[in-house]
Design a protein around this ligand. Structure first.
Ligand SMILES: Cc1cc2nc3c(=O)[nH]c(=O)nc-3n(C[C@H](O)[C@H](O)[C@H](O)COP(=O)(O)OP(=O)(O)OC[C@H]3O[C@@H](n4cnc5c(N)ncnc54)[C@H](O)[C@@H]3O)c2cc1C
Length: 358
């Protein structure tokens, strides 16, 4: 078991960690992981704790934040949009309306919002819950275009697009204007194109928050071997960080919206070792390698060496895929070769992670 202070350095401070999911099988099936975000918002709407929630839906190929005011709106907004989204203008919109709201956001959204809330007592009373998604990174727009081209999809032909859904880990699903549809398992596109950090925006490369440490509740996938073996509907990791959040979770469970089972912080870390390695271990090395800042390490020499190699590869992959030539080469490489490279890359990161955590 990891000491409490190491846990909180990696995933932030918390009251409890849970494995959980929606009690509604349809929500669980259509959501990204366990559908807990959607079901908690449905519970809050039904109990009139909120008048709406700031969420994100896809409009064609563009993610669009909006204020959901009904369960139907929340269903439309289900699922992760792995693209850059700005919520600033919607916050202005929230300020104009009466009522109380919840906000779903990435760590960068929640951090920004906490700063805004700190300066406004009025807003603090109106934004009653911050639901934070875990986040390793978004995909840059050029990286999204490479995915579409790999799938032989022309942007103008797309009617609607989903990164995930249809069980867990789920599938990408695209409906085309001509009535055709394309789908692909989540890992079949994510692993070769994005897991080696190709197409990672610079802002994500220098962010250190994976578990949405400033949210009231944080949500992520339960990438645990025992869950991955048997769960095809979906489960989420849920972290409650404030007493208000903990109360809402318990009430939502009591009223039959969600299901919760307590787990230790070390389980969250086990499930999320790879994004944590990126955000917490190799971040200072990326800073050192790219900004030439001095770096005082407490890591053992082998851990330091392996992590530096990983950080170097992360930078090379990001920069290479940023260039026109790089994106073109990745697009043209056979998927099997990309999967082979992505697997080697993951193994190297796993060995480095084990070494630095010794
Ligand atoms: C960019 C991104 C990166 C992520 N990285 C990780 C990761 O590394 N590890 C991990 O375990 N989990 C990650 N997640 C979280 C994971 O994909 C699920 O969103 C989370 O487990 C909640 O699942 P759910 O089934 O409860 O959500 P759902 O019930 O499907 O609801 C998801 C909610 O999030 C909102 N939403 C979707 N995309 C965005 C967005 N870009 N910005 C703001 N709100 C949004 C939707 O509108 C919806 O309300 C990431 C999510 C995103 C969007």
């Amino acid at each position: 078991m990891l000491p409490k202070n190491i846990e909180s350095q990696l995933i932030g401070s918390f009251i409890y960690c849970y494995l959980g999911c929606s009690e509604d099988k349809h929500v669980r099936w259509a959501a990204s992981s366990g559908g807990a975000v959607t079901s908690i918002l449905m519970f809050m709407l039904k109990e009139k704790m909120i008048d709406g929630a700031l969420v994100v839906k896809m409009e064609g190929l563009k993610p669009r934040p909006f204020i959901a005011r009904s369960p139907e709106d929340l269903i439309i907004a289900m699922g992760s949009k792995y693209l850059p989204v700005s919520i600033t203008s919607n916050l202005r919109e929230l300020l104009e309306y009466e009522g109380r709201y919840a906000v779903v956001g990435l760590p960068c959204h929640i951090r920004f919002l906490k700063k805004v809330l700190a300066g406004s007592k009025g807003l603090q009373e109106r934004i009653v819950l911050l639901l934070g998604l875990f986040c390793c990174r978004v995909i840059s727009p050029p990286g999204f275009k490479v995915l579409l081209r790999k799938l032989n999809i022309r942007e103008d032909d797309v009617k609607d697009f989903k990164f995930r859904g249809c069980g867990w880990p789920g599938k990408l699903h695209v409906n085309l204007i001509n009535g055709r549809s394309v789908s692909m398992p989540f890992f079949s596109y994510w692993r070769p194109l994005y897991s080696p950090y190709f197409f990672t925006p610079r802002m994500c490369a220098f962010c250190s928050d994976m578990a949405n440490e400033e949210a009231d509740i944080s949500f992520g996938d339960a990438w645990l071997p025992e869950i991955m073996k048997k769960d095809s509907l979906g489960s989420s990791i849920i972290i409650s960080r404030t007493s208000r959040a903990e109360k809402i979770l318990q009430e939502a469970q009591r009223k039959g919206f969600i299901r919760l089972a307590k787990i230790g912080g070390e389980k969250v870390i086990e499930a999320q070792w790879r994004p944590l390695f990126f955000k917490k271990i190799t971040l200072p090395m990326r800073v050192m390698l790219t900004r030439n800042e001095s770096y005082r390490s407490t890591l053992n020499p082998l851990g330091l060496l392996l992590s530096s190699i990983c950080a170097f590869l992360q930078i090379v992959n990001m920069r290479f895929s940023e260039s026109h030539l790089g994106a073109h080469v990745i697009e043209k490489l056979p998927i099997k070769l990309l999967i082979f490279y992505a697997t080697l890359h993951a193994i190297l990161e796993y060995l480095s992670w084990r070494q630095v955590m010794r």
